[in-house]
Design a protein around this ligand. Structure first.
Ligand SMILES: [Zn+2]
Length: 348
């Protein structure tokens, strides 16, 4: 196979792309999980233990680079580590299933209920597991590979602590109380993020699930745009905002936040999305999970990767956490296609 001359390390490439600087080729990035059951077996690091033991968490994350050829590693496979530390009840599940928050047992009813000891939250085994895994990865991979951490935004934390429906109802009924909830939860986002940066994370994914199917672009503007600007200022590392679903209507607002990148979903066309952000924030995405990566083959993956490259999307990867049963050949097709595409560009 012909491949273009690579002059940067994976880490340099990812950091340059996040910063909007030139790169030797488009980096292949996973702001969310690419853990699969097959990888868990390969390195003997299965769920649920790989979500709770730093060494297993690091080992499973490392596969994303060593086995699949991605330019980044991401040890925070789930979205529940901080919620667990906050006191939410967690269904930890088994190897073939994601851990989830038991949202039928919410821990808060109103903004006034929100009280937590931030020191205790950051010292909790499920948040410490993340920072410890980041330290291990930094140590093992040196400066070669980008290590990405993850801190959940207050909108997502509100879903986990109030339940999705009660929180969405509150947001319709009482905007002031809703803003107060977000204000009271935001310290978790900032402090857990800063702790990961201090442990060696190069960048952080910040999922905040104001998703296309649940809330409008106007909602994003009203409740989250300013908060997200605050995160970009308060956390000393490039941030990658993650929101699932159709989000073109909020991309112009997202581009105002000062975050480094937006991790976008396959419900948005790459060229349309590039136009919506107008060069004011980088995009990463958006290979479809449930159909393409999970159920189809390398040819279909290749087509979606090329669509992103041709649109000028700055970093390529799966749209969201990929299903645990995703075939490895489909994931490997992402970096393979990126290398081939750049080799062709250079030879023309
Ligand atoms: Zn998602």
């Amino acid at each position: 196979m012909t491949s273009a001359q690579e002059t940067m390390t994976s880490r340099e490439r990812v950091l340059a792309a996040l910063n909007g600087d030139p790169v030797d080729r488009t980096p292949v990035v996973n702001p969310t999980s690419i853990a699969t059951v097959e990888l868990m077996d390969m390195v003997d690091a299965p769920f649920p233990d790989a979500n709770r033991e730093p060494e297993l968490m690091a080992r499973l994350a490392e596969c994303g680079h060593t086995e699949l050829g991605f330019d980044s590693v991401m040890p925070v496979f789930s979205i529940i580590q901080d919620s667990s530390a906050l006191g939410c009840k967690i269904q930890w599940e088994q190897k073939d299933n994601w851990p989830t928050v038991k949202m039928t047992e919410p821990i808060y009813d109103s903004a006034d209920d929100i009280e937590y000891d931030i020191e205790a939250l950051l010292a909790h085994p499920d948040t410490q597991c993340v920072t410890e895994a980041i330290r291990i990865l930094r140590d093992r991979l040196g400066d070669d590979v980008a290590v990405i951490g993850k801190t959940m935004g207050p909108w997502s934390l509100a879903y986990h602590t109030f339940g999705v429906e009660p929180f969405l109802l509150l947001s319709l009924d009482d905007p002031e109380k809703t803003k107060e909830v977000l204000q009271r939860l935001k310290r978790i986002t900032i402090d857990f993020g800063v702790m990961q940066v201090e442990a060696g994370a190069d960048a952080l994914t910040l999922p905040d699930h104001a998703t296309g199917d649940l809330v409008s672009g106007e909602y994003y503007h009203r409740y989250l745009e300013e908060l997200h600007q605050e995160f970009a200022e308060a956390i000393p590392a490039p941030l990658i905002l993650h929101i699932c679903g159709r989000t073109v209507d909020r991309m112009p607002y997202i581009a105002n936040t000062g975050m480094a990148a937006f991790h976008y979903d396959s419900k948005n066309d790459p060229a349309e999305s590039m136009e919506a952000v107008g060069g004011r924030i980088r995009l990463v995405g958006n290979v479809n999970n449930p159909e393409t990566l999970f159920a189809r083959g390398p040819e279909e993956v290749r087509a979606e990767v090329i669509q992103n490259l041709e649109a000028g999307v700055q970093m390529v990867g799966p749209e969201c956490a990929c299903p645990l049963q995703t075939p490895l050949e489909n994931l490997r097709a992402i970096p393979e296609t990126v290398r081939e595409w750049h080799a062709i560009q250079e030879s023309e």
